[in-house]
Design a protein around this ligand. Structure first.
Ligand SMILES: [Zn+2]
Ligand SMILES: [Zn+2]
Length: 274
């Protein structure tokens, strides 16, 4: 029985289904439960402050509706995917204090820079990935912003580590974050010390990336550095992807020697045997 801890409903601009529809899809897929992690991206796609990212009343009302619809069918939790917290630390802290169960801390775009998505082949900002040196400079800044996110602390797990590669590799297929291995080792040590974790985001398995985020070598490093807190997520943006890739992710973790994965209740990690 698996729990999907990265799911978007239509509260997110890039998703279409209601929370109730997503919850029923989880029951249909045989999931033990799911946690909604809709986008609260403090920057928009262009890297400009988005003051309407958090609409709490609307969000909490949709969750109550979903809970009624899924009663007795699957277990629901409420979280968010909080993006770019470090760009507006006080706003991020205030929002985090209102979130009932779980927060994924994500970096989708760097300070005053468009979302990594916008630089993809055929995207709105091709200048972002104009040359391998330009890509490496962005990755250097990405690693720094992940470190800053970890230091700020208004999250439970760091989201989809390696996210820029999903888009950079549409232009430069060999681009890698392996040169930052030591920085990640230190980051993972810090997370373990602070009782924080990472997610295993399985969305890349169904996309051109063809691997999880983080990739297998980073998961192995996470384990070596004492990392134990890890959630599994499909990053579904529609009902057809609820639970997608989770069993592959579970097998990957087992193969690396992880014994458990995590779910959250009221911002506290609970361990589930793999
Ligand atoms: Zn994300
Ligand atoms: Zn997401």
């Amino acid at each position: 029985m698996l729990y999907d801890y990265h799911v978007h409903s239509r509260y997110s601009d890039d998703a279409e289904n209601s929370m109730a529809e997503m919850a029923l899809a989880a029951a249909e897929a045989g999931l033990a439960g799911l946690c909604f992690t809709d986008h609260v991206d403090l920057d928009d796609l262009n890297g400009t402050y988005n003051p309407t990212a958090w609409r709490s009343g609307e969000y909490f009302a949709a969750f109550e509706e979903a809970r009624a619809a899924a009663e007795g069918k699957t277990e629901l939790r409420l979280g968010v995917e909080l993006g770019e917290a470090t760009h507006y630390p006080e706003v991020a802290q205030a929002i985090a204090s209102e979130i009932p169960d779980f927060i994924i801390g994500s970096v989708h775009n760097l300070t005053a820079t468009p979302d990594f998505y916008c630089g993809r082949a055929g995207g709105e900002n091709p200048e972002m990935y104009a040359g391998e040196d330009a890509c490496r400079a962005l990755l250097e800044r990405y690693v720094s912003e992940i470190e800053e996110t970890a230091a700020l602390g208004c999250f439970d797990v760091i989201g989809h580590i390696g996210y820029p590669l999903r888009y950079m590799r549409t232009v430069y297929p060999a681009m890698s974050i392996e040169p930052w291995r030591e920085r990640f080792a230190e980051l993972f040590r810090t997370l373990a010390q602070n009782g924080k974790g990472i997610e295993l985001n399985c969305s890349g398995l169904r996309q051109s990336l063809g691997e999880t985020m983080p990739a297998q070598w980073l998961l192995a490093l996470y384990k070596d550095m004492g990392g134990e807190i890890i959630t599994l997520g499909s990053d579904a943006h529609s009902t057809k992807h609820v639970g997608s890739g989770l069993s592959v992710g579970k097998n990957l973790l087992q193969g690396l020697g992880f014994k458990n994965y995590c779910v959250y209740n009221k911002r506290k990690a609970e361990f589930i045997t793999l």
